[in-house]
Design a binder for this molecule. Structure first.
Ligand code: HEC
Length: 175
């Protein structure tokens, strides 16, 4: 009995909080509308720009892996979809971070991904597993050549294998 009273009071508290939160949002947006051209953005509205590594781990790496998985399952339709998304993610990354270590990041992306992307597209359209494997290995090599060129050789990307479905090698390099 004690628990249900507690549950009820939690539910009641939530009922009280939700309208307050909605009102808070409404007031906040009215406030920013009223701020006008002189209004400087408050710290709360400052934009968060994900770093290159944030984007790599959130938008590039999972799609690199999912593309491989789709081809393993011969789901060429999904492979085509994910290839398009991986391409788009690289494009947005280059636009968000045009320079890294004084290097033109967009050009570096294009130089190592353009060719493999074309080959992957052709392989997927013709449902050719052998060509897909070759192009996927080239793309993966592209990941690593950029990591090495930009002094991030610790990040080692690989073609997943049947025994370990991960596209990253976490073992430290042999001395
Ligand atoms: C044009 C250069 C470039 C290409 C191409 C590239 N990367 Fe990266 N990647 C970077 C840089 C630079 C970093 C490190 C960013 C940092 O630490 O600030 C990075 C970091 C990473 C990380 C580590 C993120 C973390 O927080 O642990 C992963 C994972 C990664 N890349 C995956 C990939 C994969 C997969 C590909 C290929 C499909 C790829 N990258 C292609 C430049 C590149």
């Amino acid at each position: 009995m004690k628990t249900s009273t507690k549950d009820r009071s939690i539910a009641f508290a939530l009922l009280a909080i939700i309208p307050a939160a909605i009102l808070g949002v409404a007031l906040a947006s009215t406030h920013s509308d009223a701020a006008g051209p002189q209004g400087s953005p408050s710290p709360q509205t400052a934009q968060y720009l994900p770093s290159i590594s944030d984007m790599m781990i959130a938008t590039i790496q999972p799609r690199h892996l999912r593309l491989w998985q789709a081809a393993q399952d011969r789901n060429w339709e999904f492979a085509a979809y994910e290839l398009g998304n991986l391409h788009g993610a690289f494009k947005r990354l280059g636009e968000a971070h045009p320079v890294d270590h004084d290097m033109p990041f967009q050009d570096m992306i294009a130089s190592v991904t353009e060719q493999p992307f074309k080959a992957l597209d052709t392989a997927i359209k013709s449902k050719d597993e052998i060509e897909f494997s070759k192009a996927y290995a080239d793309l993966t090599e592209g990941c690593n050549s950029c990591h090495q060129a930009l002094s991030r050789g610790v990040v080692v990307i690989r073609v997943p294998s049947g025994t370990s479905v991960s596209d990253q090698d976490f073992t430290s390099p042999k001395p």
